[in-house]
Design a protein around this ligand. Sequence first.
Ligand code: HEC
Length: 278
Amino acid sequence: MPDAPKPSSASPSRLNPDLGEQHDVVEIHAALQREKPEPQDGFEPINLWLVALTGGLLFWGGYYLANFSGRFEGNEYSELPHGQATAVAPPETPEQKTLRIGAQLYNNCAACHLADGAGNPALNIPPLAGSDWVQAEGPNRIIRVVLHGLSGPIKVNGTVWQGNAMNPWRKTADNPAGLADEEIAAVLSYVRNSWGNKGSFVTAEEVKAISEATKTRSDPWTEAELLEVPVKGGSAGATAPSITAATNAPVDLASLKAHLQELPPDQLKALLEAVKAK
Ligand code: HEC
């Protein structure tokens, strides 16, 4: 009997024909390994990049709103400054400006009279707050005090102060750190309208007129001298002599008129008032 071909599992046979299939073990396992495990619920860790991105977006969003939201106001495009859609803040008035400058200049005086104008009894420095000199109807006397200083006893609100003296503030070549006419006006306006004080504003013209009229003076004033000066009106008798001369002479109306026109306005006004009073 001829040897029948042995059936073999390893080689193709008629009983186990190889139909072109390849059984590559490695390939089969690779396919298995690619399979994912079944998904399951649980507290899976969040991707940190996602956290960072979300945080970044929130921060940017807040920043954007803070800067470009227009405050969520309907008047965002109004030309007026914000919060002033209905009423614009009024500009500083000349009085407010004078008081602001005067307050700064008062630093010069505060060293002695103190910031609240209360004076300093320990150093014999009288108060400006509530002072009858400061609140006199006109500033003629206190302008002089600031221009040339003050010494000797002085009665303020019924109390006599003495033992100290006030330095002159008039700006001169010898006293370059002094105050100009308009600065004296501003500081006295401030003093006359602070700490409850009430008084008219002092103008640079008033200070100038008195400063001119007392140009040659270098001594500080005394109370007695000051009391002779009328508190208000004109430059307080300072340049009156030339008027007296004019009126004592046989009156030449033309020259009198020319003379009057040369007078500073406040002196002219005071003169006219004096004439009217007669
Ligand atoms: C060095 C200290 C000193 C400084 C600075 C000074 N004063 Fe005086 N002031 C005095 C003294 C002291 C008296 C009183 C003088 C006396 O006893 O004769 C006085 C008196 C006065 C008076 C009259 C009296 C009264 O109390 O009302 C006025 C007004 C015044 N000072 C305003 C000023 C102003 C305004 C300034 C600033 C520009 C100023 N003083 C700066 C020391 C000072």
